[in-house]
Design a protein around this ligand. Structure first.
Ligand code: BGP
Length: 465
């Protein structure tokens, strides 16, 4: 029989600042690397207005309350709080997040705060961004400001969203300084700096906020070998080490995964580790692990003939690496409209892998289905495909719970429609539809989708379905 979701389980939903807020240059906000992007891939939207959440925060939280959320995972835009990244603090930015958090608390919704979700202040980027140690100091200072301002209202803190995706797809997310001579080497140096920054922020949280719970929020997923051929299994474990454990082993144990470090050495990409760094990494401990999960990966041994790195496809993401691994299609999985494989069972194995490795409580901070939803003439939005995706994932999460995995919360992506990271507003994930398209903002009206009613009922029964 299945274990029941524990009382107090956090049934949440997620967003990130630049994808939902809009008001990109209002009330003293500084530009981030996202705002500074010169062009967006064809067919995608810019983020200047996004879902206009900044101006509709009270109405949106009222919708989240009606949905029955017991948690809401959002990010703070670093450049709203410190417009140039390391200088003056912007009181209007602080006030906005107080307003949001107060609205959430008043509605009985637990705030889950991401400190940094892809939107590095552009002023820091211009000084070299994560290539510079000064950015580490700027992040720790920013963290301290957040702890001081919001520490009595927020229990759950997430350091950095999907650091592993930033590193693996840094060019796409705009964190790589232009003209970098050896980009691959440089991103792993940046990665090391982010890990040091994260460890210092976690240690600081424990020092100043003893009741706070803080953790990393990477994107983690099981990696399958394409066949039982031992070479395919080696490729799969290598890829899992470089996409998953490289990040979490440092976050939890303060040391690099052996397999991942061997890979970095072999490629000439091992970061410079300064005197004292390992002590700093060892001193930072997460209280829980948050992770984002959408799909799994299936990989085969490399052929080493110049074709191992797959094309970037419509996801603008490079998969496969020459001489290391190739991606392989998984004949047992179906794909969504955007070509992402759907794998609910892989969710359960991912839970097991993380929990068996670290034995820390787990919170899911993203999971969901991007689709071309349609607003019908009668004002309804029917998204049975999303209900199916989420209900299958909840079922597998419950199996993981039954396996003994400590799961403390589930925050699907996304609470409300927002702008996708690279595929525009047409790729929708929300429980609430926002009436706009790529260029026509219409009235940005909010419409409850069918999945809204489904999730509300699920929360009311604490996950029984
Ligand atoms: C994660 C990000 C989110 C997000 C989501 C869906 O990588 O943390 O910011 O948008 O994936 O991805 P996409 O918008 O590309 O479909």
């Amino acid at each position: 029989s299945l274990a029941a979701f524990p009382p107090g389980f956090l049934w949440g939903a997620s967003t990130s600042a630049y994808q939902v807020e809009g008001a990109w240059d209002e009330d003293g906000k500084g530009p981030s690397v996202i705002d500074a992007r010169e062009s967006y891939p064809a067919g995608t939207s810019d983020y200047t207005v996004a879902s206009d959440h900044y101006h509709r925060v009270a109405d949106d939280v009222a919708l989240f309350a009606e949905l029955g959320l017991t948690a809401y995972r959002f990010s703070v835009a670093w450049s709203r709080i410190v417009p140039d990244g390391d200088g003056e603090v912007n009181p209007a930015g602080i006030a906005f997040y107080h307003r949001l958090i107060d609205e959430l608390r008043a509605a009985g919704i637990e705030p889950v705060l991401t400190m940094y979700h892809f939107d590095l202040p552009q002023a820091l980027q211009e000084k070299g961004g994560w290539s510079e140690r000064s950015t580490v100091d700027a992040f720790v200072r920013y963290a301290g400001i957040l702890f001081e301002e919001f520490g009595d209202k927020v229990t759950y803190w997430l350091t950095i969203n999907e650091q592993n995706m930033m590193v693996m797809h840094g060019a796409a997310l705009g964190i790589l300084p232009p003209g970098t001579a050896d980009p691959a080497r440089e991103v792993y140096q940046q990665n090391h700096h982010m890990l040091v920054a994260q460890a210092r922020a976690m240690a600081l949280a424990h020092e100043v906020l003893p009741a706070a719970k803080i953790g990393p929020a990477p994107n983690i997923s099981s990696v399958y070998p394409a066949s039982p051929a031992p070479e395919d299994v080696v490729a799969a474990t290598t890829f899992s080490a470089i996409r998953n454990w490289l990040y979490l082993d440092v976050a939890v144990h303060g040391r690099y995964s052996t397999t991942a470090w061997a890979y970095l050495l072999e490629r000439g990409w091992a970061p410079r580790v300064d005197h004292g760094d390992m002590e700093v990494l060892a001193a930072g401990h997460p209280d829980f692990i948050a992770f984002n999960y959408y799909t799994t990966h299936t990989v085969a041994a490399p052929l080493g003939d110049g074709t191992d790195a797959g094309d970037t496809g419509d996801q603008h993401i490079v998969l496969g690496e020459e001489g290391v691994y190739r991606t392989a299609p998984n004949p047992y999985l179906t794909k969504n409209e955007f070509g992402w494989e759907v794998d609910p069972v892989g969710f359960r194995t991912t839970f097991r892998e993380i929990y068996d490795r670290y034995h820390l409580p787990l919170m899911v901070t993203e999971n969901g289905l991007g689709a071309f939803d349609v607003l019908e003439e009668d004002g309804t939005v029917h998204d049975p495909y999303r209900i199916e995706y989420l209900s299958q994932h909840v079922e597998q999460m419950q199996l993981a719970l039954t396996d003994g995995v400590e799961v403390i919360g589930f925050c699907p992506w996304s609470a409300i429609d927002l702008v996708s990271t690279h595929q525009g507003v047409r790729k929708r994930y929300g429980f609430v539809y926002v009436d706009r398209d790529e260029t026509d903002l219409r009235d940005l009206r909010r419409v409850r989708k069918d999945s809204f009613g489904w999730y509300k009922a699920l929360i009311e029964t604490n996950g029984e379905q």
